[in-house]
Design a protein around this ligand. Structure first.
Ligand SMILES: NC(=O)C1=CN([C@@H]2O[C@H](COP(=O)(O)OP(=O)(O)OC[C@H]3O[C@@H](n4cnc5c(N)ncnc54)[C@H](OP(=O)(O)O)[C@@H]3O)[C@@H](O)[C@H]2O)C=CC1
Ligand SMILES: O=C(O)C1=N[C@H](C(=O)O)C[C@H](O)C1
Length: 242
């Protein structure tokens, strides 16, 4: 049994997490939202799970470092500077950051990396994601994670190859790029498709999330796994032994 503190506890994911913590037989150390005392929450917790907002990341990491406890970060919309903060925190404490905590997407990322490695550059890669109307960031953290997997498979840098949306006279598709498209509407929990498109054939990998329970259960698994680890930056693949 672990004492789990939730950052963003009243949000959509925070509520799903509270249910998952109880269902898994863990103790809810507490939960905070904007304006809450993250230092006090960290002091009462064995592990923090953060599904809040990028603006909260630095304080949350500082609180975890101060308390000497691990943290699982599921917040998306992170920029390069946030990833530097995660890297810096991981020198002192165990940190797991991921755009998607579900088993299905974690496996999908492995399959996409493998496919990108085996299929040559004459297979264009396009990633399409659909989310509920309240989502504030695009492309989704998962789409970027899948793009990163594809880029790694190809041995290229995603920052150099990503095309994040198209509009107007864009010109023909540039070879080797990885495209992203985002749809927003309704109550969709999170759909992702990675399309590999060649001349006369197409291969598509898709993951459809039917509710937030899958993310919450994955985050609890990550929280259980990270307690007692040495400082470092970890990913979901390690939790699921993939
Ligand atoms: N990695 C994964 O598997 C998944 C990641 N996510 C990501 O998790 C995040 C949250 O998603 P969702 O629950 O739908 O969003 P919500 O907007 O429903 O919830 C966000 C919560 O975070 C709180 N919050 C905002 N700023 C702070 C702060 N500075 N300190 C503490 N709490 C804060 C909000 O409080 P208040 O209302 O008071 O502002 C709110 O309760 C998003 O980035 C989303 O993309 C979502 C699902 C799965
Ligand atoms: O905001 C969401 O809802 C989700 N966010 C994550 C993302 O950005 O990929 C994970 C999931 O798709 C739901």
């Amino acid at each position: 049994m672990a004492r789990i503190g939730i950052i963003g506890s009243a949000g959509r994911m925070g509520q799903a997490l509270q249910a998952a913590v109880t269902a898994a037989g863990h103790d809810l150390a507490g939960g905070i939202d904007k304006g809450g005392d993250v230092q006090a929450l960290a002091a009462a917790s064995e592990v923090l799970v953060d599904f809040s907002a990028p603006a909260a990341l630095e304080h949350n990491l500082d609180a975890a470092i101060h308390a000497g406890i691990p943290v699982v970060i599921g917040t998306t919309g992170l920029e390069e500077r946030h990833h530097w903060l995660v890297d810096a925190a991981a020198v002192s404490i165990p940190v797991l950051q991921t755009g998607n905590t579900s088993l299905g997407v974690t496996l999908l990322a492995h399959l996409v990396r493998e496919a990108a490695q085996r299929l040559g550059e004459d297979w264009d890669i396009e990633i399409v994601e659909t989310h509920h109307r309240m989502k504030v960031d695009a492309p989704s953290g998962t789409a970027l994670l899948l793009g990163e997997a594809a880029a790694r498979g190809r041995g290229v840098d995603l920052h150099e190859e990503a095309v994040r949306g198209r509009d107007g006279i864009t010109g023909a598709r540039k070879a080797g790029t990885i495209g992203f498209a985002s749809l927003r509407g309704g109550s969709v929990a999170g759909d992702h498709s990675v399309h590999f498109l060649a001349d006369n054939e197409r291969l598509t990998f898709s993951h459809l999330a039917e509710n937030r329970g899958i993310f919450a259960r994955g985050a609890i698994r990550a929280a259980e796994w990270i307690i007692g680890r040495k400082p470092g930056r970890y990913a979901m693949g390690e939790v699921l032994d993939l």
